[in-house]
Design a protein around this ligand. Sequence first.
Ligand code: FE
Ligand code: FE
Length: 259
Amino acid sequence: MNSEFRFYKENSKCHDLYKDNHKFQTYTFVTEKLRRYSTKGIYEMTIHEVIEAMDQFVDPSDPDIDLPNSIHIYQTAEKIRKDQPDNHELQLCGLMHDLGKILYKFGEPSWNIVGDTFVVGCEYPKSIVYYDSLRENPDFNNPKYNTKFGVYEEKCGIENLKLSFGHDEYLYLVLRRNRNHKLSDKYLNIIRYHSFYSWHSEGEYRRFMIESDFKILEDVQEFNKYDLYSKENEDKIGDDVKEYYRRLIDEYFPGSLVW
Ligand code: FE
Ligand code: FE
């Protein structure tokens, strides 16, 4: 990984965010959030409306960017388009990957929206950023959870692990619940795991993987470079660019979704 990115300082806004995230994301908490958001949504909104709302959201967990999220998502998509002009679904995935941050509109605190994700219900790998603050999590001292396998079994498959809750899992659940779109499962998985750095960039949790997870891992890793490197330029997002994505969205998401 390029060392210019993801440099986490002590005593920063980012550190404060992680302290809360690490303390409150317990196995029980995540189970409840999954139940809450997988059953039914409340607000009906188009993708366009959600993107517009991202003008108001700056991610406090990201040490590399302090611009509204709407700029980051266009830049991610554009980075992909430059590299892969015909891969419309991956471009759209780039545009959409952070839209789960709309949770801020629904009153969720930042520590339940952003930050790298990790598995709840088994021991925490030391490579997690700000690992020490995980000691404040009640699960840390619970022998049911803090073991190599915890509540899981070897090779149970990555999809069966519960990850700390946030914009990734939330958007994944929204896209699973609403089937009136054409975005395929490959991209739903990229969205679901894009903040799972300990897995996709640090090589953790291999003991839970099954054969098909290796392809997912590859897809997520490919996507990650666009997510990171789109933060280095500040190219203006012109109306022509917005129009290009407006059409792409209308093609893949002809109706509104329930969020
Ligand atoms: Fe993200
Ligand atoms: Fe992102």
